[in-house]
Design a protein around this ligand. Structure first.
Ligand code: BGC
Length: 763
C-alpha cells in the first residue's frame, strides 16, 4: 500500500508542462443539445458499430484509466505507446506534456485497431492556472453564476493543455469541519449544493461537450464520502436510505439531470458495501432511477481497496464485484486489466456487462466529439491568466468572503496606517488552497502584493513564518510594528496542505502560535482585523474577544490579495454567507443546521453551564437537554450567516394563504430595509419545517434564497413561491412525496433567525 501511495504521490506531483502561449480566439463549434434524440441515435448507432468490431481485449482496454506518463523524463516510453497502439488503454490522467498528449492521441486514432480516441483527465478543481477560491469558498457565494463562471474558465484554460475531463465537481455534503476534504465540498446543505452542482456542470461542459474548450465533468464522490465517521478521511459510512436520498443524493441528481458526463465512485463503503462494488447504488440508484447514461470511474485504487475493506478476497474478486456492480472504468489500479478476460471466459462477468461498460465510455467519447476532432485546436491557447479570468476570480473572492465580526472597524479609511502581520499575509502558494497543481505562485497576488501595488500606508512583519510555526522569535518585531500603526491586519489560518484529501484534523483551532501572537498583539490596544485563510471553519472562540473584526476568506486563490484589499478598504462589500455551520469547537462536530428536533429539543440559549453547577450536585439533568455542558448547543455562527458593511431589517412577512392544496402555490413576502449608511447586498433565505412527518423531519430546511441589492435607506419586498413539490421528502418506504400537515416557514438572514409564519398542506 505504501508503494501505491508513493506512486500516486509522484504521479500527482511530477508534472511536465508544455503550453503554447499564443493569444487567439478559439474555434466555436456549433452548439448541440446532448439530449437531442437524433444526435443520440446517431451516437448509439456508432457505438454499436464500433462495438461489433472491437475484440475482447480492446473492450477491456477502454475500461483502463492510466496514471500519467509525465513521470517519465525524456521520451514517451515505448511500452506505453504499444499499449495505446493495441487499444489497451482508454484514458489517461495527469499527462501534462502537450506533445505526449498529441502523440498518444495520434497513436490511438491512427494506429489502434478501431481508432478509438483517448480522454485526458486531471483534477481541475477550482481553476487550472487562474485559481478561484476553494469550492467551500465558492459555495459561500451562494451564487450559481460564480460557480458556473469559475468552471467555465477552468475548462477553457485546462482544455488548452489537452484536458477534456476533470474530476470535478465534488458534490459531497459535508457536515464535519474536521474532515480535510470539506474544503472541496459544497457545504452542508443539499439545496445549495444542488444549485452549485448544476452550475459547475454547466460551466465545465459549456452545455455542449463537443465544444473543444469544454471538459467532461465528473460528479464525485458517489456517495456518502462526506459522512465518514468522525471526519476521518476514507472512513466508514453508515446511513439510513432516507438520509442518503434526502441529503446526500440531491446534488448528484442535479448534476446528472444536467448531463454530467461521468460519476466517480467513492472510497467509502455505505452500510457495509464499498460503493465501488455496490450494485444497488451504481445500477439501481444511478442508472435506473437517475437515468445516468455517462460512465462511472472508480476513485484512485478504490477498486482494490475493497480488499482492505474486507469485501473482496483478492484482485480477481475485486474485478468481478466492480464489473457486476456497474463500474465502467478503473482508475490506475489494474483489476480489470488483469482479470476481466478470464472472468468473462468463466462467465462470472457477462459479455453484456462488459459491452454496457464500454458503451457508456464510448458514448462520452463521442459526445466529446473526439472521433471527429481528437486534437486540441492549434489556436486554442486557453488565454491563461487572461484579464477577464483574473477579474472573475477576484469577483469570486469578494462574493465568497464572509464577514463574521465587525465592531465598527471595517472598512478602513484610506489613510489608516496598518501593520500587516501573520503567516498568510504573503504566502502565494498557501492562499491557492488544496488541489491546485497548475496555479503558479508568480501569478498569485497576496495581500502584501496588493498593499504594495495600492501604495497603502502599511508595514509588513510576518511574526510567524508559516501557520504551524510555534516559535515566538518574530513576535517582538510584530508588536513593534503594531504599536506604530493604527490598525493590525492579521492574516492567519491554515496552510493549503492542512486541508484536502487525507488531511483531517481533530482540533481545528488556529495552528501553531497564532493565538499566542494574537494575544500579544491585543495587548498593544490597537484594533485587530483578523483575516482567516483556511480550507475549513477554524474554531476561534479562544480569540474572538480579542479581535475587532473577522473575515473568512477561505483559501481565496490567485486574486485573493487584491480582493481582500478592496474589502478591507471598503471598495467592495464582503458578500459571502456561510455554507456550513461554524462550530465553537471540534468536540461539537458533526454539527449541521438541518438536524432533527429530538425528544428534548435544545433550547439553544438556555442551559446550565458546567462552571455554574454546584459542587456535589445531585444527579439530575439540571434541565439541560441535547447540550454540551461547556459550550451549549448552538454553533458559533449559524449556516447562512454573514455580515455586511450595512444593516438590514426584516419586516412585514405575509403569506398568501393559510392552507394550500397539493396543486396550489403559497406566496411568501417580506420587506427588507437597508438601515445602514452604505448600499449593500443581502442574501434573503427561505427555510421550511415540516412539523410532523411519517419519518421525523429536520428543524429547518433551506428551500430558497435571493441576493437583493438594497440601497441605503431603501426597502425592498422579496417574494418566494412554495409549492407541494418543495415539501416532498423520501419517507421510510422510499416514496418521495409531500405529506399533509402543518409547516413552519422563515424568511431571514441565516438558519437561526428570521420572520416566521405557519401554513397547512391539505388534500
Ligand atoms: C481523490 C479524487 C481524485 C483522484 C485523482 C483521489 O485520491 O479522492 O478526488 O479525483 O484521486 O487524482
Amino acid at each position: 500500500m505504501k508503494l501505491l501511495k508513493r506512486i500516486k504521490y509522484y504521479t500527482k506531483t511530477l508534472i511536465l508542462i508544455v503550453f503554447i502561449f499564443l493569444h487567439t480566439n478559439c474555434k466555436n463549434n456549433e452548439s448541440s443539445d446532448l439530449k437531442t434524440p437524433n444526435k443520440n441515435d446517431a451516437i448509439e448507432l456508432k457505438i454499436n458499430e464500433l462495438l461489433s468490431k472491437m475484440t475482447l481485449e480492446e473492450k477491456i482496454g477502454q475500461t483502463n484509466l492510466r496514471g500519467s506518463s509525465s513521470r517519465v523524463n525524456g521520451e514517451l516510453p515505448e511500452e506505453l505507446k504499444t499499449a495505446v497502439r493495441n487499444g489497451e488503454i482508454g484514458a489517461f490522467l495527469n499527462v501534462m506534456n502537450l506533445e505526449y498528449v498529441k502523440e498518444l492521441q495520434r497513436i490511438a486514432v491512427e494506429e489502434s485497431p478501431n481508432g478509438v480516441p483517448l480522454i485526458f483527465a486531471r483534477d481541475v478543481i477550482h481553476g487550472f492556472k487562474t485559481i478561484f477560491p476553494i469550492p467551500l469558498g465558492l459555495a459561500a457565494s451562494w451564487d450559481a453564476e460564480t460557480a458556473r463562471k469559475s468552471s467555465e474558465i477552468a475548462a477553457f484554460e485546462a482544455s488548452s493543455a489537452g484536458i477534456r475531463w476533470t474530476f470535478a465537481p465534488m458534490l459531497d455534503i459535508a457536515r464535519d469541519s474536521r474532515w480535510g476534504r470539506i474544503a472541496e465540498s459544497p457545504g452542508e446543505d443539499p439545496y445549495l449544493a444542488s444549485i452549485l452542482g448544476k452550475a459547475y456542470v454547466e460551466g465545465f461542459q459549456s452545455n455542449d461537450l463537443s465544444n473543444p474548450t469544454s471538459m467532461a465533468a465528473c460528479a464525485k464522490h458517489f456517495i456518502g464520502y462526506g459522512a465518514a465517521i468522525g471526519g476521518r478521511d476514507y472512513n466508514t459510512v453508515n446511513m439510513s436510505e432516507p438520509l442518503l436520498r434526502n441529503v446526500y443524493l440531491p446534488p448528484f441528481t442535479a448534476a446528472i439531470n444536467n448531463n454530467a458526463a461521468t460519476v466517480m465512485t467513492s472510497f467509502n463503503e455505505v452500510n457495509g458495501i464499498p460503493v465501488t462494488g455496490n450494485e444497488f447504488l451504481l445500477k439501481e440508484v444511478l442508472r435506473n432511477e437517475l437515468n445516468f447514461n455517462g460512465f462511472t470511474v472508480s476513485d484512485w485504487d478504490s477498486t482494490v481497496e475493497m480488499i482492505s475493506h474486507g469485501y473482496a478476497r483478492d484482485e480477481k474478486h475485486v474485478a468481478e464485484l466492480a464489473a457486476n456492480a456497474g463500474l465502467d472504468m478503473e482508475m490506475t489500479s489494474k483489476a480489470y486489466e488483469h482479470h476481466l478476460k478470464i472472468l468473462i471466459e468463466e462467465n462470472k462477468v457477462s459479455m453484456d456487462e462488459l459491452d454496457t461498460m464500454v458503451k457508456n465510455i464510448l458514448r462520452i467519447k463521442l459526445k466529446l466529439n473526439l472521433f471527429e476532432d481528437p486534437y486540441i485546436p492549434e489556436d486554442h491557447t486557453g488565454n491563461l491568466y487572461a484579464d477577464s479570468h483574473l477579474e472573475e476570480a477576484k469577483k469570486a473572492v469578494i462574493k465568497s468572503a464572509v464577514l463574521l465580526k465587525n465592531e465598527n472597524i471595517l472598512p478602513l479609511s484610506n489613510n489608516t496606517k496598518v501593520a500587516v502581520i501573520g503567516p498568510l499575509a504573503n504566502k502565494p502558494h498557501e492562499q491557492l488552497g488544496t488541489w491546485t497543481f497548475d496555479g503558479e505562485r508568480d501569478h498569485t497576488i497576496t495581500p502584501v502584493d496588493a498593499f504594495k501595488k495600492a501604495n497603502a500606508k502599511y508595514e509588513f512583519v510576518e511574526g510567524l513564518t508559516y501557520s504551524r510555526d510555534k516559535t515566538t522569535r518574530g513576535f517582538n518585531d510584530a508588536i513593534r510594528a503594531a504599536k506604530s500603526s493604527d490598525v493590525i491586519l492579521f492574516f492567519g489560518g491554515e496552510e493549503a496542505i492542512l486541508s484536502g484529501e487525507a488531511h483531517s484534523r481533530s482540533n481545528i483551532d488556529l495552528p501553531g502560535a497564532q493565538v499566542q501572537l494574537l494575544n500579544e498583539l491585543a495587548k498593544t490596544g490597537k484594533p485587530i482585523v483578523m483575516v482567516i485563510m483556511a480550507g475549513r471553519p477554524i474554531t476561534i472562540t479562544n480569540i474572538i474577544n480579542k479581535v475587532d473584526a473577522v473575515i473568512m476568506a477561505w483559501h481565496p486563490g490567485t486574486m485573493g490579495g487584491e480582493a481582500l484589499y478592496d474589502i478591507i478598504f471598503g471598495i467592495s462589500n464582503p458578500e459571502g454567507r456561510l455554507p456550513i455551520s461554524w462550530p465553537k469547537n471540534a468536540g461539537q462536530l458533526p454539527y449541521f443546521y438541518n438536524h432533527k428536533n429530538t425528544g428534548r429539543p435544545a433550547e439553544t440559549g438556555q442551559f446550565v453551564q458546567m462552571d455554574s453547577i454546584p459542587i456535589g450536585a445531585w444527579q439530575s439533568s439540571l434541565g439541560n437537554d441535547s447540550h454540551y455542558l461547556d459550550i451549549g448547543y448552538a454553533p458559533h455562527f449559524p449556516f447562512g450567516y454573514g455580515l455586511s458593511y450595512t444593516n438590514f431589517k426584516y419586516e412585514n412577512i405575509s403569506i398568501s394563504k393559510d392552507t394550500i392544496t397539493f396543486s396550489e402555490d403559497l406566496i411568501v413576502k417580506a420587506s427588507i430595509t437597508n438601515t445602514g449608511k452604505r448600499d449593500g447586498k443581502e442574501l434573503v433565505q427561505l427555510y421550511l419545517q415540516d412539523i410532523v412527518g411519517s419519518i421525523t423531519r429536520p428543524i429547518r430546511e433551506l428551500k430558497g434564497f435571493q441576493h437583493v441589492d438594497i440601497k441605503s435607506g431603501e426597502t425592498k419586498e422579496v417574494s418566494f413561491k412554495i409549492s407541494s413539490g418543495d415539501l416532498k421528502f423520501v419517507n421510510s418506504k422510499m416514496i418521495n412525496a409531500a405529506e399533509e400537515g402543518k409547516f413552519n416557514l422563515w424568511v431571514g438572514p441565516n438558519a437561526s433567525s428570521g420572520l416566521k409564519r405557519s401554513f397547512y398542506l391539505k388534500e
